[in-house]
Design a protein around this ligand. Structure first.
Ligand SMILES: [Zn+2]
Length: 377
């Protein structure tokens, strides 16, 4: 069996749709051709010169990364800057570069779920599901064409609720229309009298990222020249995309003992923390990478401790109550360190779906920054 970058793209779209990425992000195929055959895929958190060397030495066809190499538009593809020179080298070597970033952060069993599990959390859940991710599509359709339209919409991704598919509701009624001159009506004739037709009102839920495809499929299966339909915002959100992760350790441990686990698992000997090390902790919230915006969410989720990175000084105050005591322990465990689990996550998730393709993690530590722990005290 042979595979291309397009097959990798399809699997990632299914698991971590690119539409769930943050608006500033730049995910998907960044360098190379989608039709490129793949046999060897190097997986890393970042693109660095060492990673490009490794990809070339190992004969990789594709480099799959978490952090996109290209964020801002590049004006030229030369050796002038680090990012353009790396993109040029990859293009010259014929290595495709694919990034799964904030879409993978937002995915069920994505970055934060993996981090939570590595820290001992059983059955993590999202800190919050993704708001405004679901809409309801209502379409009016003549009774005899309804099944066709319904099936086309389901096939395009509509009507999924949790583990159920093909979910819809139909109610019968009658529709009216009058076809003006110049139209090509499926029922009646142009310039004819007002028609009254037995129609079904069909409604189903659609995620925002399936909406375009669903509307297109609906229109092409529908017999009418002008299809009457509504797209309505709903309060529900998609359950398979969200923010962070939270869950319980099998048993409560002291914060100090939990921090030892964090330091060991994440290979970070110096953690910045708020909290009393004697306090018992069992409910653990995490967000791989920059998660300081979700400190409030973690507290509302009842977390005893929240592990994330990139916490700036003033944000540590957010966990303190009126008396200055921490309502929740807060741990700054490093951006690279809290996301490094993504490399194994991608390899483990993709390998079973691509027999014959070798996915392997880099042997390099791609973070330019390290922690200095002095021995002179
Ligand atoms: Zn990151």
């Amino acid at each position: 069996m042979s595979f291309t970058v397009a097959d990798i793209h399809r699997l990632i779209e299914d698991w971590a749709p690119s539409a769930t990425a943050q608006s500033y992000d730049n995910v998907g195929l960044l360098v190379g051709r989608i039709s490129r055959p793949v046999n060897k895929v190097l997986v890393a958190l970042d693109v660095t010169p060492q990673i490009v060397d490794e990809a070339i030495e190992q004969g990789a066809d594709c480099l799959l990364v978490h952090h996109p190499l290209i964020f801002k538009p590049l004006k030229r593809l030369t050796d002038d800057s680090l990012e353009s020179s790396l993109a040029l080298r990859l293009a010259e070597a014929g290595i495709a570069l694919y990034a799964a970033h904030t879409n993978l952060d937002a995915a069920r069993d994505g970055v934060s779920f993996q981090l939570a599990r590595e820290l001992g959390v059983k059955q993590p859940e999202f800190l919050s599901t993704m708001p405004e991710s679901v809409v309801k599509v209502v379409v009016f359709c003549p009774v005899d064409a309804a099944e066709n339209v319904r099936s086309a919409m389901f096939a395009a991704g509509a009507g999924r609720i949790g583990a159920y598919s093909d979910c819809s509701f139909s109610s019968a009624g009658s529709g009216t229309f009058k076809a003006d001159e110049g139209t090509n009506p499926a029922i009646g004739s142009a310039g004819g009298p007002r028609e009254q037709v037995s129609e079904l009102r069909m409604e189903m839920e659609v995620t925002r990222w399936h909406l375009g495809k669903v509307i297109k499929a609906m229109k092409s299966a529908h017999p009418y020249e002008e299809v009457a339909y509504d797209v309505i915002p709903v309060e529900q959100s998609f359950r398979d995309a969200g923010i962070g992760a939270v869950g319980n350790l099998p048993a409560a441990v002291s914060l100090g003992s939990f921090l030892d686990t964090v330091a060991k698992v994440l290979d970070n000997p110096a953690l910045r923390i708020v909290g009393d090390v004697e306090t018992p902790v069992q409910r653990v919230a995490v967000c791989g990478g920059s998660g300081s915006d979700f400190i409030g969410l973690a507290m509302r989720a009842g977390a005893d401790v929240y592990v994330t990175a990139d916490i700036t000084y003033h944000r540590y105050f957010e966990v303190l109550d009126q008396t200055g005591n921490p309502r929740m322990a807060l741990v700054n465990a490093g951006h690279f360190e809290t996301e490094r689990c993504t490399e194994d996550l991608l390899v483990d998730r993709l390998t079973p779906s691509f027999p014959g393709v070798r996915f392997f993690t880099t042997k390099h530590r791609t973070a330019p920054v390290r922690t200095w722990v002095t021995s002179r005290h």
